[in-house]
Design a binder for this molecule. Structure first.
Ligand code: AP5
Ligand code: ZN
Length: 214
């Protein structure tokens, strides 16, 4: 299957991705994770992306289309993929369509994480992540066994630099202005499924299962 996850910051894309990946053996491409790794490694891409990310604005279409184009060539992504955080503009969606057309493929489903903005601040400010595995915790909704420590590796957890109340405002603004039109773009193609993303993670997973098995 070729899946796209769309939703505002904190809507649960990164939480559901590993579960969908396990169930369907797909490759998981998260542009945010790839960009954060590039920033940490100070690669030329990372240097270009850093400022926009810290402000909660979108990185340029050319940069992200470039990384997705490169990543999708991996053999593990040929049979199917989960795109988490891409496409985020209509231009990116059009570029993706072109890439897939060249392979005789198309997007099967767009999972739209529908949620009210008011819930997102608590989710974002309580999030802790284990950078090397991408495992995500929440102080209230998904606490680690030991505060600040990854359950599996015992390594320290960190908070994302853009997970502040202030930066969240610009991320949400970018979502409404630039990414919501992408949902309309795919609605016209009849591939959007809306998820009740405000429900607990297990219920969201059950809904994903339902959508993907239909
Ligand atoms: P990105 O990394 O994609 O961030 P985002 O879209 O803001 O999304 P998040 O990762 O914050 O949210 P999520 O939905 O994954 O939430 P999670 O599951 O972790 O992008 C970061 C930046 O990179 C962008 O601002 C931009 O600058 C740049 N960028 C990336 N892609 C780009 C692109 N295509 N074009 C241009 N620029 C791009 O959950 C959040 C918290 O809530 C966790 O603590 C979790 O435990 C908890 N939680 C999850 N689900 C539930 C639930 N159902 N109930 C209760 N708690 C829950
Ligand atoms: Zn995420």
């Amino acid at each position: 299957k070729r899946l796209i996850l769309i939703g505002p910051p904190g809507s649960g894309k990164g939480t559901q991705s590993p579960i969908i990946k396990e169930d369907y053996c797909l490759c998981h491409l998260a542009t945010g994770d790839m960009l954060r790794a590039a920033v940490a490694a100070k690669t030329p891409l990372g240097v270009k992306a850093k400022e926009a990310m810290e402000k909660g604005e979108l990185v340029s279409d050319d940069l992200v289309v470039g990384i997705i184009d490169e990543a999708m060539k991996k053999p593990s992504c040929q049979k199917g993929f989960i795109l988490d955080g891409f496409p985020r503009t209509v231009v990116q969606a059009e570029k993706l369509d072109q890439m897939l057309q060249n392979q005789g493929a198309k997007v099967d489903k767009v999972l739209n994480f529908a949620i009210d903005d008011s819930i997102l601040e608590e989710r974002i400010t309580g999030r802790w992540i284990h950078p090397s595995s991408g495992r995500t915790y929440h102080t209230k909704f998904a606490p680690p066994k030991v505060p600040g420590v990854d359950d599996v590796s015992g390594e320290p957890l960190i908070q994302r630099k853009d997970d502040t109340k202030e930066v969240l405002k610009s991320r949400l603004d970018a979502f409404h202005r630039q990414t919501e039109p992408v949902v309309d773009y795919y609605s016209k193609k009849g591939v959007v499924a809306n998820l009740p993303a405000e429900k607990p993670p297990k219920e969201v997973s059950a809904e994903v299962q339902k959508v993907l098995s239909s």
